[in-house]
Design a protein around this ligand. Structure first.
Ligand SMILES: Cc1cc2nc3c(=O)[nH]c(=O)nc-3n(C[C@H](O)[C@H](O)[C@H](O)COP(=O)(O)OP(=O)(O)OC[C@H]3O[C@@H](n4cnc5c(N)ncnc54)[C@H](O)[C@@H]3O)c2cc1C
Length: 383
């Protein structure tokens, strides 16, 4: 079997993996980025790049290119199960199709010197003496061993790397089902705001309409997988979305409109990894969805993926300097990520539980509670 050797291998070229490869390559690290897809590729998403992702886009130097292709949010409209509404001013975020956005981040990594191989399906890790020492991959039909001092698992919500190192958990309580399609709207029916509809049929969860360029909107919904049971009567994502379009007064802009392309569903790991797992073992760290870093309730995951990418890049550089890739050195990643995230995540978890109750949600829309709602839902990070 042919063998390749590098300092760091990053598996997965989503915003997490590509940002990590970009930060590493910029620091002079010899980094190889692998992805199983042929690029540019699509990724089911609301396509929202929140105010938490923007600093990374600026720091990595592709903001102008990005902004010229995206749609800057004009503020947001939130609706409650009893149809009361709240509007918030724009939070500085954008909506850009992931096919475009992810490709920008990937090209940025390559500009900094990261080598990228597409059509590279990683199917195992190389484990020796208790350390991850690389990955096994099928690349363009050829089986290869790719060795490295460190592996970064950035392979998304169904992460093979997380599974191989024993850090993949999947229960109906810690996973959400989420899906989206695209619709062309008439601008006279739609104000171009980010819309979040806390509808009774999807609680805790929501239907969204996110505006993109040329009067296209990203229309989707998501909820905890445990809602799929007889007592709630929740059916498939598509059926639930079609019901909302027909029955909700807020469905008007997308009612009777043909969906562009296919409706695509996905899994969101909704346990945030704060108490559940460390996201590192000897020789390996997980980031983004592979590390379950999605913010509970909002489902925001691009910003957390890029935040974790930056920290992992720093910690990897420390490990390379010390020539020590043990968990003892890599644990700094968890410490640094948790410092900023444990508190807001715990708050989001509490909100998530509360958002299963219609009366409680309606109460949050009362004028005296709106500031609390904004804070709890992380409007600061939202689009
Ligand atoms: C419907 C939906 C709507 C969402 N809306 C938003 C939103 O509006 N804003 C937001 O911030 N977040 C949103 N999220 C969450 C967001 O999409 C994720 O958090 C984000 O994509 C995580 O980035 P990542 O780099 O960790 O993983 P990904 O973007 O999933 O990238 C993982 C990459 O790994 C590759 N890969 C996987 N397995 C292998 C393998 N075995 N070998 C090689 N390569 C592999 C994949 O091809 C992929 O390119 C949404 C999620 C869904 C499902």
């Amino acid at each position: 079997m042919k063998t390749i050797e590098r300092e760091v291998i990053v598996v997965g070229a989503g915003p997490g993996g590509s940002a990590c490869a970009a930060y590493l390559a910029r620091a002079g690290v010899d980094v190889l980025l692998l992805d199983k897809e042929i690029w540019p590729r699509d990724k089911p998403c609301g396509d929202g790049q929140t105010a938490r992702a923007i600093p990374h886009i600026k720091e990595l130097g592709f903001f102008d290119e990005f902004a010229s292709k995206g749609f800057m949010s004009q503020g947001s409209l939130w609706t409650a199960p009893n149809h009361s509404t709240i509007e918030f001013p724009a939070g500085g975020g954008y909506c850009t199709p992931r096919r475009i956005f992810d490709d920008e981040v990937r090209h940025t990594a390559m500009r900094f010197g990261a080598e990228m191989i597409e059509n590279a399906w990683v199917y195992d890790v190389i484990l020796e003496d208790g350390f991850v020492k690389g990955v096994k991959a099928k690349i363009n039909g050829e089986y290869l061993e790719l060795r490295s001092k460190l592996v970064v698992g950035a392979d998304g919500s169904h992460s093979l790397i997380a599974q191989k190192i024993g850090m993949f958990h999947d229960t109906d309580e810690n996973a959400c089902v989420v899906g989206r399609c695209y619709v062309q709207v008439d601008p006279k029916d739609f104000a171009g705001k980010v819309e979040i509809h806390l509808d009774k049929d999807v609680m805790p969860g929501y239907v969204w309409i996110f505006p993109e360029r040329n009067n296209i909107v990203n229309l989707g919904l998501g909820f905890q997988r445990s809602l799929y049971n007889k007592s709630t009567g929740v059916k498939t994502l598509q059926e639930t979305l079609r019901k909302w379009i027909e029955e909700s007064p807020f469905g008007k802009p997308v009612r009777g409109k043909k969906w562009i392309g296919e409706f695509r569903g996905w899994r969101i790991p909704n346990d945030m990894g704060v108490d559940r797992k460390d996201n590192y073992v000897n020789g390996c760290m997980l980031i983004g969805d592979a590390a379950s870093l999605i913010v509970p309730f909002s489902g925001e995951g691009v910003g957390p993926a890029m935040d974790s990418a930056l920290i992992v890049s720093d910690v990897a550089q420390t490990a390379l300097k010390k020539n020590d890739f043990s968990g003892e050195v890599l644990k700094e990643y968890k410490t640094r990520y948790d410092e900023k995230n444990v508190q807001p995540v715990m708050m989001a978890w509490k909100m998530n539980a509360m958002l299963a109750n219609q009366d409680a949600v309606n109460a949050m829309f009362l004028p005296e509670n709106r500031q609390k709602l904004a804070a709890a839902m992380g409007i600061a990070h939202h689009i």
